[in-house]
Design a protein around this ligand. Sequence first.
Ligand code: SF4
Length: 286
Amino acid sequence: VLTDHLRDTKEVEQSIRDIVLDYLSVGIDPEKSTIFIQSQIPQISELTMFFSMMVSFKRIQRNPTVKEEIKATGGKEVSYGFVGYPVSQAADILCVRANLVPVGKDQEAHLEQTREVAEFFNRTYGNVFPIPKTLLGKVSKLPGLDGQKMSKSRGNAIYLSDPINIVCKKVMSTITDTTRIHAADKGHPDGCNIFQYQCAFNRDEADAICKDCMDGKIGCVTCKKRLCDKLTEFLKPIQEKRKIYESDPNIVKRILRKGNQRTIEEASKTLEMVKEAMFFDYKQLF
Ligand code: SF4
């Protein structure tokens, strides 16, 4: 959060609530998947400090996602924490000794960095960490509606809680293939952001849409309307579920309290193992 929103931290609490409600509404079961707040787990900060000594500055600079994100700032100065966030992510993952991490495509590089940290640690101090594998979803990358990285500040995202009319407004105002003037012009779905969404949310029709677009047999307005229908179908049950959870004012609090506690217990065990392996438990001194 702080890498992007250093000056508007007031909104973080509400965002956490929204994210937990999003998780619940898409069916994540907090009994099976522990949900916690990173900054409530002090062991993560401690691990980040240890790990930061195990990654060279050059290696961090080579991280393609970091490189891309630095470029996206348009030459603005970036903070020390921003450059080092893959190390902090390694601590997020390894604090619970995770062995499988569900990520999007652009997070793969960070996971690679995490594996390197775990391997370095195990080689140097003894086996403590599993080497976490990557689990890519069926849709491993979904850009914002403008084709850029999806982000709140860029205003290019569709939210799970967006009212349907807003979702359709966003879709209908998206720029598509700029070389197409008339519906009968031959299109280029490969360079069209709407088509990426068709592939993600309207898989059954995506091939036919691709062909019709290239043959100039479908106009962008029709194509977008079909996407709106699919997104409505997709979001309706999620939003209905969300309403039920929203009506319980304490549900988020309960889940986070339990999740934080569970994570602290697990992360404390990890830190004990780490300190013992590094001889930082100072058995002879205390
Ligand atoms: Fe994109 Fe659909 Fe228009 Fe083709 S028809 S350019 S896929 S919006």
